[in-house]
Design a protein around this ligand. Sequence first.
Ligand code: NAD
Ligand code: UFG
Length: 353
Amino acid sequence: MDTILITGGAGFIGIHTSLVLLNKGYKLVIIDSLINSSYIAINRIKSTYKKTNKYPNNISFYKGDIRDISFLRKVFKDSIKLGSEINYVIHFAGLKSVSDSFLEEDKYWDVNVNGTKTLIKVMEENNCFNLIFSSSATLYSEYETSPLRENAKVNVNNPYGKTKLEVEKFLENKIKSSHPNWKIISLRYFNPIGAHSSGLFGENPNNKINNLFPLICRSITNANEELLIFGNDWPTHDGTGVRDYIHVMDLAEGHVSAVEFLNKKIIKSSFLVINLGTGKGTSVLELINIFQKVNKININYKFAERRKGDKAIIFADIRKALELLNWQPKRSIEEMCHDGWEWFLNNPFGYEK
Ligand code: NAD
Ligand code: UFG
Protein backbone atom coordinates (compact mmCIF):
# COMPACT_ATOMS: atom_id res chain seq x y z
CA MET A 1 0.00 0.00 0.00
CA ASP A 2 1.19 3.56 -0.72
CA THR A 3 2.76 5.76 1.93
CA ILE A 4 1.40 9.27 2.29
CA LEU A 5 3.07 12.17 4.04
CA ILE A 6 0.47 14.33 5.78
CA THR A 7 1.79 17.77 6.73
CA GLY A 8 -0.31 19.44 9.43
CA GLY A 9 -1.83 16.02 10.08
CA ALA A 10 -2.66 16.73 13.73
CA GLY A 11 -4.85 19.67 12.72
CA PHE A 12 -8.62 19.83 12.20
CA ILE A 13 -8.84 18.63 8.58
CA GLY A 14 -5.58 16.66 8.71
CA ILE A 15 -6.61 14.38 11.57
CA HIS A 16 -9.98 13.53 9.97
CA THR A 17 -8.30 12.84 6.63
CA SER A 18 -5.73 10.65 8.39
CA LEU A 19 -8.54 8.63 10.00
CA VAL A 20 -10.18 7.96 6.64
CA LEU A 21 -6.88 7.09 4.93
CA LEU A 22 -5.88 4.68 7.72
CA ASN A 23 -9.23 2.95 7.34
CA LYS A 24 -8.47 2.46 3.68
CA GLY A 25 -5.14 0.80 4.57
CA TYR A 26 -2.72 3.57 3.58
CA LYS A 27 0.51 4.00 5.54
CA LEU A 28 0.83 7.49 6.99
CA VAL A 29 3.74 9.66 8.00
CA ILE A 30 2.29 12.63 9.85
CA ILE A 31 4.32 15.76 10.52
CA ASP A 32 3.12 18.74 12.51
CA SER A 33 4.74 21.53 14.53
CA LEU A 34 1.73 21.33 16.90
CA ILE A 35 1.48 25.15 16.80
CA ASN A 36 -2.29 24.85 16.39
CA SER A 37 -2.94 21.26 17.47
CA SER A 38 -1.99 18.74 20.08
CA TYR A 39 -0.09 15.49 20.45
CA ILE A 40 -3.26 14.16 22.14
CA ALA A 41 -4.89 14.03 18.70
CA ILE A 42 -2.05 11.78 17.51
CA ASN A 43 -2.33 9.60 20.62
CA ARG A 44 -6.05 9.25 20.07
CA ILE A 45 -5.65 8.22 16.46
CA LYS A 46 -2.97 5.70 17.45
CA SER A 47 -5.05 4.17 20.23
CA THR A 48 -8.17 4.06 18.03
CA TYR A 49 -6.23 1.90 15.59
CA LYS A 50 -4.59 -0.20 18.28
CA LYS A 51 -8.05 -1.11 19.58
CA THR A 52 -9.33 -2.20 16.21
CA ASN A 53 -5.96 -3.81 15.58
CA LYS A 54 -6.58 -3.03 11.96
CA TYR A 55 -3.33 -1.43 10.79
CA PRO A 56 -1.53 -0.74 14.09
CA ASN A 57 1.83 0.00 12.49
CA ASN A 58 0.62 2.17 9.65
CA ILE A 59 1.15 5.49 11.37
CA SER A 60 4.25 7.40 12.40
CA PHE A 61 4.49 10.93 13.71
CA TYR A 62 7.26 13.55 13.65
CA LYS A 63 7.06 16.88 15.41
CA GLY A 64 8.67 19.56 13.27
CA ASP A 65 8.34 22.57 11.02
CA ILE A 66 7.84 22.45 7.24
CA ARG A 67 10.26 25.37 6.89
CA ASP A 68 13.06 23.22 8.35
CA ILE A 69 14.69 21.54 5.34
CA SER A 70 16.89 19.15 7.34
CA PHE A 71 13.83 18.00 9.28
CA LEU A 72 11.94 17.28 6.05
CA ARG A 73 14.95 15.48 4.55
CA LYS A 74 15.17 13.27 7.63
CA VAL A 75 11.47 12.36 7.41
CA PHE A 76 11.83 11.29 3.78
CA LYS A 77 15.10 9.43 4.50
CA ASP A 78 13.66 7.57 7.50
CA SER A 79 10.70 6.42 5.41
CA ILE A 80 13.03 4.94 2.81
CA LYS A 81 15.06 3.21 5.56
CA LEU A 82 11.84 1.70 6.92
CA GLY A 83 10.90 0.41 3.46
CA SER A 84 7.93 2.78 3.14
CA GLU A 85 9.03 5.35 0.60
CA ILE A 86 6.70 8.36 0.52
CA ASN A 87 4.68 8.39 -2.72
CA TYR A 88 2.14 11.14 -2.00
CA VAL A 89 2.01 14.30 0.06
CA ILE A 90 -1.16 15.93 1.35
CA HIS A 91 -0.12 19.39 2.45
CA PHE A 92 -2.38 20.84 5.15
CA ALA A 93 0.28 22.55 7.31
CA GLY A 94 -0.13 26.29 7.44
CA LEU A 95 -1.61 29.26 9.22
CA LYS A 96 -5.28 29.84 8.47
CA SER A 97 -6.76 32.83 10.26
CA VAL A 98 -7.79 35.64 7.93
CA SER A 99 -7.81 38.21 10.75
CA ASP A 100 -4.41 37.15 12.20
CA SER A 101 -2.92 37.34 8.72
CA PHE A 102 -3.42 41.13 8.73
CA LEU A 103 -1.42 41.35 11.98
CA GLU A 104 1.33 38.87 11.06
CA GLU A 105 1.64 39.12 7.31
CA ASP A 106 5.35 38.17 7.17
CA LYS A 107 4.80 35.09 9.30
CA TYR A 108 1.90 33.96 7.11
CA TRP A 109 4.06 34.41 4.03
CA ASP A 110 6.97 32.54 5.59
CA VAL A 111 4.94 29.54 6.77
CA ASN A 112 2.44 29.23 3.94
CA VAL A 113 4.60 30.21 0.95
CA ASN A 114 8.22 29.55 1.97
CA GLY A 115 7.17 26.43 3.91
CA THR A 116 5.49 25.03 0.79
CA LYS A 117 8.50 25.83 -1.40
CA THR A 118 10.79 23.99 1.04
CA LEU A 119 8.47 20.99 1.00
CA ILE A 120 8.41 20.95 -2.82
CA LYS A 121 12.21 21.08 -2.93
CA VAL A 122 12.53 18.06 -0.66
CA MET A 123 9.83 16.19 -2.59
CA GLU A 124 11.81 16.75 -5.81
CA GLU A 125 15.02 15.55 -4.15
CA ASN A 126 13.16 12.36 -3.28
CA ASN A 127 11.41 11.86 -6.63
CA CYS A 128 8.01 12.30 -5.03
CA PHE A 129 5.79 14.21 -7.46
CA ASN A 130 2.22 13.66 -6.22
CA LEU A 131 0.79 16.53 -4.20
CA ILE A 132 -2.60 17.52 -2.84
CA PHE A 133 -2.66 21.08 -1.57
CA SER A 134 -5.15 22.76 0.81
CA SER A 135 -6.45 25.87 -0.87
CA SER A 136 -9.46 28.00 -0.10
CA ALA A 137 -12.65 29.46 -1.48
CA THR A 138 -11.41 32.79 -0.15
CA LEU A 139 -9.56 33.10 -3.47
CA TYR A 140 -12.70 33.77 -5.49
CA SER A 141 -13.43 37.37 -6.40
CA GLU A 142 -16.31 39.04 -4.57
CA TYR A 143 -17.68 40.05 -7.97
CA GLU A 144 -18.22 36.44 -9.04
CA THR A 145 -21.65 34.94 -8.45
CA SER A 146 -22.27 31.62 -6.66
CA PRO A 147 -22.33 28.76 -7.44
CA LEU A 148 -18.62 29.34 -8.01
CA ARG A 149 -16.90 27.27 -10.67
CA GLU A 150 -13.17 26.69 -10.55
CA ASN A 151 -12.66 28.97 -13.55
CA ALA A 152 -14.29 31.94 -11.79
CA LYS A 153 -12.04 35.00 -11.39
CA VAL A 154 -9.81 35.13 -8.32
CA ASN A 155 -9.16 38.28 -6.36
CA VAL A 156 -8.04 38.25 -2.75
CA ASN A 157 -8.33 41.04 -0.23
CA ASN A 158 -6.53 39.47 2.72
CA PRO A 159 -2.90 38.36 3.31
CA TYR A 160 -3.94 34.77 4.13
CA GLY A 161 -5.71 34.43 0.80
CA LYS A 162 -2.75 36.03 -0.98
CA THR A 163 -0.44 33.32 0.37
CA LYS A 164 -2.79 30.60 -0.94
CA LEU A 165 -2.94 32.28 -4.34
CA GLU A 166 0.85 32.61 -4.45
CA VAL A 167 1.24 28.91 -3.70
CA GLU A 168 -1.29 27.95 -6.40
CA LYS A 169 0.68 30.06 -8.94
CA PHE A 170 3.97 28.52 -7.81
CA LEU A 171 2.55 25.00 -8.15
CA GLU A 172 1.07 25.71 -11.57
CA ASN A 173 4.46 26.97 -12.74
CA LYS A 174 6.08 23.75 -11.48
CA ILE A 175 3.99 21.83 -14.00
CA LYS A 176 5.00 24.16 -16.83
CA SER A 177 8.67 24.50 -16.08
CA SER A 178 9.83 21.54 -14.09
CA HIS A 179 9.88 17.77 -13.91
CA PRO A 180 7.29 16.20 -16.22
CA ASN A 181 6.05 13.83 -13.52
CA TRP A 182 4.45 16.43 -11.26
CA LYS A 183 0.76 15.74 -10.54
CA ILE A 184 -0.83 18.35 -8.34
CA ILE A 185 -4.38 18.93 -7.14
CA SER A 186 -5.26 22.13 -5.34
CA LEU A 187 -8.45 21.58 -3.38
CA ARG A 188 -10.37 24.76 -2.64
CA TYR A 189 -12.31 24.15 0.57
CA PHE A 190 -15.47 26.04 1.40
CA ASN A 191 -16.55 26.06 5.09
CA PRO A 192 -15.61 22.86 6.92
CA ILE A 193 -17.50 22.26 10.19
CA GLY A 194 -18.62 19.23 12.23
CA ALA A 195 -16.38 16.52 13.63
CA HIS A 196 -15.79 12.78 13.71
CA SER A 197 -18.91 11.04 15.06
CA SER A 198 -16.91 9.41 17.92
CA GLY A 199 -16.60 12.81 19.61
CA LEU A 200 -12.83 12.14 19.92
CA PHE A 201 -11.59 14.35 17.09
CA GLY A 202 -12.49 17.89 16.12
CA GLU A 203 -11.24 21.44 15.78
CA ASN A 204 -8.71 22.51 18.42
CA PRO A 205 -9.41 26.10 19.34
CA ASN A 206 -5.86 27.14 20.32
CA ASN A 207 -5.98 30.53 18.68
CA LYS A 208 -8.55 33.26 18.92
CA ILE A 209 -11.64 31.93 17.15
CA ASN A 210 -13.26 33.91 14.34
CA ASN A 211 -15.41 31.28 12.64
CA LEU A 212 -19.14 31.01 13.10
CA PHE A 213 -19.54 27.37 14.13
CA PRO A 214 -17.11 27.26 17.09
CA LEU A 215 -18.43 30.67 18.16
CA ILE A 216 -21.98 29.27 18.24
CA CYS A 217 -20.74 26.46 20.51
CA ARG A 218 -18.82 28.83 22.77
CA SER A 219 -21.78 31.19 23.12
CA ILE A 220 -23.77 28.29 24.63
CA THR A 221 -21.21 27.25 27.23
CA ASN A 222 -19.83 30.69 28.04
CA ALA A 223 -22.44 33.23 29.06
CA ASN A 224 -19.89 36.05 28.54
CA GLU A 225 -19.52 35.30 24.85
CA GLU A 226 -22.69 36.40 23.17
CA LEU A 227 -22.98 35.44 19.54
CA LEU A 228 -22.94 38.38 17.16
CA ILE A 229 -24.44 37.99 13.71
CA PHE A 230 -22.44 40.21 11.40
CA GLY A 231 -25.11 42.00 9.40
CA ASN A 232 -28.82 41.43 8.80
CA ASP A 233 -28.89 43.63 5.71
CA TRP A 234 -27.03 41.45 3.24
CA PRO A 235 -28.76 40.88 -0.11
CA THR A 236 -29.80 37.33 0.89
CA HIS A 237 -33.21 35.80 1.61
CA ASP A 238 -33.06 36.56 5.37
CA GLY A 239 -30.42 39.32 5.37
CA THR A 240 -27.62 37.18 6.89
CA GLY A 241 -24.51 35.84 5.13
CA VAL A 242 -24.77 32.61 3.15
CA ARG A 243 -21.96 30.00 3.14
CA ASP A 244 -21.32 26.47 1.92
CA TYR A 245 -20.81 24.44 5.12
CA ILE A 246 -19.29 21.01 4.55
CA HIS A 247 -18.91 18.16 7.06
CA VAL A 248 -15.20 17.68 7.78
CA MET A 249 -15.57 13.91 7.19
CA ASP A 250 -16.92 14.55 3.69
CA LEU A 251 -13.97 16.87 3.11
CA ALA A 252 -11.62 14.14 4.40
CA GLU A 253 -13.14 11.63 1.98
CA GLY A 254 -12.58 14.12 -0.84
CA HIS A 255 -8.83 13.80 -0.19
CA VAL A 256 -8.98 10.02 -0.46
CA SER A 257 -10.74 10.41 -3.81
CA ALA A 258 -8.01 12.85 -4.87
CA VAL A 259 -5.27 10.35 -3.95
CA GLU A 260 -7.09 7.61 -5.87
CA PHE A 261 -7.41 9.95 -8.85
CA LEU A 262 -3.67 10.73 -8.84
CA ASN A 263 -2.96 7.04 -8.57
CA LYS A 264 -4.60 6.32 -11.91
CA LYS A 265 -1.77 5.75 -14.36
CA ILE A 266 -3.62 7.56 -17.15
CA ILE A 267 -3.32 10.91 -15.42
CA LYS A 268 -0.38 12.80 -16.94
CA SER A 269 1.48 15.74 -15.46
CA SER A 270 -1.17 18.19 -14.35
CA PHE A 271 -2.19 21.00 -12.04
CA LEU A 272 -5.88 20.81 -11.22
CA VAL A 273 -8.01 23.10 -9.09
CA ILE A 274 -11.09 21.43 -7.60
CA ASN A 275 -13.74 22.81 -5.23
CA LEU A 276 -14.78 20.84 -2.18
CA GLY A 277 -18.09 22.06 -0.83
CA THR A 278 -21.67 20.83 -0.86
CA GLY A 279 -22.99 23.14 -3.56
CA LYS A 280 -25.62 24.44 -1.14
CA GLY A 281 -25.76 27.75 0.68
CA THR A 282 -26.96 28.11 4.28
CA SER A 283 -27.50 31.46 5.97
CA VAL A 284 -26.24 32.32 9.46
CA LEU A 285 -29.82 32.35 10.79
CA GLU A 286 -30.62 29.01 9.12
CA LEU A 287 -27.51 27.43 10.64
CA ILE A 288 -28.43 28.72 14.09
CA ASN A 289 -32.01 27.43 13.75
CA ILE A 290 -30.89 23.98 12.60
CA PHE A 291 -28.32 23.82 15.41
CA GLN A 292 -31.01 24.68 17.99
CA LYS A 293 -33.43 22.10 16.63
CA VAL A 294 -30.95 19.23 16.25
CA ASN A 295 -29.27 19.75 19.62
CA LYS A 296 -32.41 20.91 21.47
CA ILE A 297 -30.62 23.94 22.81
CA ASN A 298 -31.21 27.67 22.81
CA ILE A 299 -28.74 30.11 21.27
CA ASN A 300 -28.75 33.77 22.23
CA TYR A 301 -27.56 36.15 19.58
CA LYS A 302 -27.76 39.75 18.54
CA PHE A 303 -27.24 41.52 15.26
CA ALA A 304 -24.11 43.62 14.76
CA GLU A 305 -22.46 45.57 11.96
CA ARG A 306 -21.23 43.71 8.90
CA ARG A 307 -17.71 42.31 9.33
CA LYS A 308 -15.08 44.00 7.16
CA GLY A 309 -14.11 41.92 4.13
CA ASP A 310 -17.17 39.61 4.33
CA LYS A 311 -19.17 38.66 1.26
CA ALA A 312 -22.93 38.07 1.01
CA ILE A 313 -23.14 34.67 -0.63
CA ILE A 314 -20.45 32.03 -1.23
CA PHE A 315 -21.18 28.49 -2.32
CA ALA A 316 -19.51 26.04 -4.64
CA ASP A 317 -20.24 24.46 -7.94
CA ILE A 318 -19.07 20.91 -7.19
CA ARG A 319 -19.58 19.28 -10.58
CA LYS A 320 -15.85 19.05 -11.26
CA ALA A 321 -15.23 17.04 -8.07
CA LEU A 322 -18.01 14.63 -9.04
CA GLU A 323 -16.82 14.35 -12.61
CA LEU A 324 -13.07 13.92 -11.96
CA LEU A 325 -12.86 12.51 -8.44
CA ASN A 326 -16.18 10.67 -8.40
CA TRP A 327 -16.73 12.35 -5.03
CA GLN A 328 -19.77 14.00 -3.56
CA PRO A 329 -20.61 14.95 0.01
CA LYS A 330 -22.98 12.63 1.89
CA ARG A 331 -23.62 14.27 5.24
CA SER A 332 -26.40 16.76 6.00
CA ILE A 333 -26.16 20.11 7.73
CA GLU A 334 -28.06 18.47 10.63
CA GLU A 335 -25.21 15.91 11.02
CA MET A 336 -22.66 18.74 10.90
CA CYS A 337 -24.48 20.50 13.77
CA HIS A 338 -24.90 17.29 15.77
CA ASP A 339 -21.33 16.00 15.41
CA GLY A 340 -19.70 19.41 15.86
CA TRP A 341 -21.62 20.04 19.09
CA GLU A 342 -20.86 16.52 20.39
CA TRP A 343 -17.13 17.19 19.95
CA PHE A 344 -17.38 20.56 21.65
CA LEU A 345 -19.36 19.13 24.59
CA ASN A 346 -16.75 16.40 25.13
CA ASN A 347 -13.78 18.74 24.60
CA PRO A 348 -14.85 22.32 25.40
CA PHE A 349 -11.22 23.49 25.45
CA GLY A 350 -9.98 21.25 22.65
CA TYR A 351 -7.64 18.32 23.19
CA GLU A 352 -5.56 19.76 26.00
CA LYS A 353 -8.00 20.18 28.90
P1 NAD B 1 -5.40 23.60 11.55
O1 NAD B 1 -4.74 24.81 12.09
O2 NAD B 1 -6.31 22.84 12.44
O3 NAD B 1 -4.30 22.58 10.97
C1 NAD B 1 -3.08 23.02 10.41
C2 NAD B 1 -1.98 22.24 11.10
O4 NAD B 1 -0.72 22.69 10.59
C3 NAD B 1 -1.96 22.46 12.60
O5 NAD B 1 -1.97 21.19 13.25
C4 NAD B 1 -0.65 23.21 12.86
O6 NAD B 1 -0.08 22.86 14.10
C5 NAD B 1 0.20 22.78 11.68
N1 NAD B 1 1.23 23.75 11.30
C6 NAD B 1 1.10 25.10 11.19
N2 NAD B 1 2.27 25.64 10.81
C7 NAD B 1 3.14 24.61 10.64
C8 NAD B 1 4.49 24.52 10.25
N3 NAD B 1 5.21 25.64 9.95
N4 NAD B 1 5.09 23.31 10.18
C9 NAD B 1 4.39 22.20 10.49
N5 NAD B 1 3.10 22.21 10.89
C10 NAD B 1 2.49 23.41 10.96
O7 NAD B 1 -6.16 24.03 10.21
P2 NAD B 1 -7.19 23.21 9.32
O8 NAD B 1 -8.53 23.83 9.50
O9 NAD B 1 -7.02 21.76 9.53
O10 NAD B 1 -6.68 23.64 7.87
C11 NAD B 1 -5.78 22.82 7.14
C12 NAD B 1 -5.42 23.54 5.85
O11 NAD B 1 -6.61 23.82 5.13
C13 NAD B 1 -4.71 24.87 6.05
O12 NAD B 1 -3.70 25.00 5.07
C14 NAD B 1 -5.80 25.90 5.81
O13 NAD B 1 -5.29 27.11 5.33
C15 NAD B 1 -6.67 25.21 4.78
N6 NAD B 1 -8.07 25.67 4.79
C16 NAD B 1 -8.80 25.58 5.95
C17 NAD B 1 -10.13 26.05 5.96
C18 NAD B 1 -10.94 26.01 7.24
O14 NAD B 1 -11.96 26.73 7.31
N7 NAD B 1 -10.58 25.19 8.24
C19 NAD B 1 -10.71 26.60 4.81
C20 NAD B 1 -9.93 26.65 3.64
C21 NAD B 1 -8.62 26.17 3.64
N1 UFG C 1 -20.36 35.23 11.19
C1 UFG C 1 -21.17 35.87 12.10
N2 UFG C 1 -20.72 35.97 13.38
C2 UFG C 1 -19.52 35.48 13.79
C3 UFG C 1 -18.69 34.85 12.84
C4 UFG C 1 -19.14 34.74 11.54
O1 UFG C 1 -22.25 36.32 11.77
O2 UFG C 1 -19.18 35.64 14.97
C5 UFG C 1 -20.85 35.08 9.80
C6 UFG C 1 -19.95 35.72 8.76
O3 UFG C 1 -20.30 37.07 8.58
C7 UFG C 1 -20.24 34.84 7.54
C8 UFG C 1 -20.52 33.45 8.15
O4 UFG C 1 -20.84 33.69 9.50
O5 UFG C 1 -21.40 35.27 6.89
C9 UFG C 1 -19.34 32.50 8.08
O6 UFG C 1 -18.20 33.14 8.64
P1 UFG C 1 -16.87 32.31 9.03
O7 UFG C 1 -15.94 33.27 9.67
O8 UFG C 1 -17.22 31.10 9.78
O9 UFG C 1 -16.34 31.83 7.60
P2 UFG C 1 -15.90 32.67 6.31
O10 UFG C 1 -16.77 32.21 5.18
O11 UFG C 1 -15.84 34.11 6.57
O12 UFG C 1 -14.41 32.17 6.07
C10 UFG C 1 -14.07 30.79 6.15
C11 UFG C 1 -12.64 30.63 6.68
C12 UFG C 1 -11.65 31.16 5.67
C13 UFG C 1 -11.88 30.47 4.36
C14 UFG C 1 -13.32 30.66 3.90
C15 UFG C 1 -13.56 29.87 2.65
O13 UFG C 1 -12.48 31.34 7.88
O14 UFG C 1 -10.34 30.87 6.09
O15 UFG C 1 -14.22 30.19 4.90
O16 UFG C 1 -14.78 30.26 2.07
F1 UFG C 1 -11.05 30.96 3.44
